[in-house]
Design a protein around this ligand. Sequence first.
Ligand code: NI
Length: 222
Amino acid sequence: MLLCISDVLDYAELKEIRRLIGGGKFKDGKLTAGYRAKLVKNNLQLDKDAPGAKEVKSIVVAGLKRNRTFQDTALPRTIRPPLISRYQEGMNYGWHVDDALMAGDPKVRSDLSITVFLNDPADYDGGQLIISSPFGEQEVKLPAGAAVVYPSATLHQVAPVTEGERLAAVTWARSYVRDAAQREMLADLLAVQKKLAALAPDEAETDLAFKTYSNLLRMWSE
Ligand code: NI
């Protein structure tokens, strides 16, 4: 499932993030790429020790944690600290798959990849995130503060930025429910249960919908 969420960060948070990273030191993105991804990664990333880097990451993670759509759909167990990436004119990130196990102790399995857009599409040309899917290539370029969530198992790329600059936070989540099809069924059932609770709060079938959701989550979560 490819999920676009419009309201992960608000205007004040975006302004604060851009202020914090404004003078920050950026390094070659290849430094955090896996063996094969290194060959095609051509961007910059905020130095993890740069002043303000920790605060920026906290703001992004807090935005994801409080977002109901993200929580209900991704069922995140662990969210990795984001990488803050900058693509200047001519930069891109060719086709690659994200590492299955992300740095940490213990390592964190990546079930979902997340890009939070930190500046507006009007600020740059090109720079679309392109995700390979059974339904063809999906191109994503969202307003500042919006996020796209997609399976880490997919091949994807960031098209070359041809003018301006693209700023984004990229991170990964391990989900309580590993299987994407199971996560989708849970999200669908949650929507049904909410609707039933609103339309038929006193019906026994509404209790059954809640029971089924709860028991499937119990069965599938790890
Ligand atoms: Ni990637």
